[in-house]
Design a protein around this ligand. Sequence first.
Ligand code: CUA
Length: 364
Amino acid sequence: MRKKVLWGVGLAALALLLAACAPEATQSTLKPVGEPAIEQKRLFIAVVWIAAAVFVIVEGGILFLVIHYRHRKGRERMPKQTHGNTRLEIGWTIAPALVLAVVMVPTISMIWDLARPPSPGALNITVQGYQWWWGFQYSDADMTVGSGEQRPIEIADVMVVPTGREIYLSLEAEGGGAKNTDGTPDFQVIHSFWVPELFGKQDVVPGRTNHITFQVDEAGTYTGQCAEFCGLQHGRMKLRVVALDPDDWELWVVNQQQGPALVSDPLAKQGEEIFMNPLSGGRGACTACHAVGDVGAAAAPNLSHFNEPTHECFAGCNWETSDVDALKAWLRDPDAVKMGAKMPNYQLSDDEIDALVAYLYSLT
Ligand code: CUA
């Protein structure tokens, strides 16, 4: 019996220890980098201490009673039984109510704080939850591509933001990329947008627009992921937020505003042809879903600046953009790489893949 208990305790301790091992873990709500994440951590820590005090008092009391009044030899009599103690009962009703009232004050004030409208200088970004990747549309009037037209800057998988400026996100669910006959997005599922170091989770619900206001204090890359089960590749619906210092941000915006780079390399040029036109043998065109510059649709990630340095990852941010082999494998058979992916397998030849890769890498 004692051996069994020891084994049980040992295994439980081991499981606890192993669960704590995650050297590569980048997503931590305990390392906040800006509002509101810092405020949220402060509130969390405060509540943890209050909860810890309650735990120690209650568990300590139980342990004390169990040990102090335990059964001993020679104490065979039944202890005196008490029923109803008005003073005690009022006490243990009021005490938790008081604790909850204390916790409620900062919690409600934080809820109000999170719901306040953004400052006039905030950067507006529409976050689009697709199956299974995130799209980002910069909706401010000065964040358009080209000179005459009013097309917003659009990127996917990596959201680029400036440091030290309030960001106001509008979250929208876009389904799988295609539209139903009534114009609504297909596959209407709920996602949840979450970058632990920057802000708490917020649901992305079809038919309504939720919001997140946040700010990043330090330049860097922050990882996030979808936090609501949304289908086959929910677990691979990741994203990164790249926060740039104001100077780098200005350069990034100018590059985006200029539209895609002109292609000069012959192989890349060949890739551009393949990308822009329906493929031989009755296959479609890449532009049926993807856009580069003015050409193409918005059913899949916008690839205008696929190889721009901040666009670190692709296909739901599961592979590094610099990983040529991953990119080739993805073009060869998307479903084999990411089961259920909406990108069709166009049976591309090795030559076609090489040309397409050269083209995509020329888009800086
Ligand atoms: Cu999107 Cu889970």
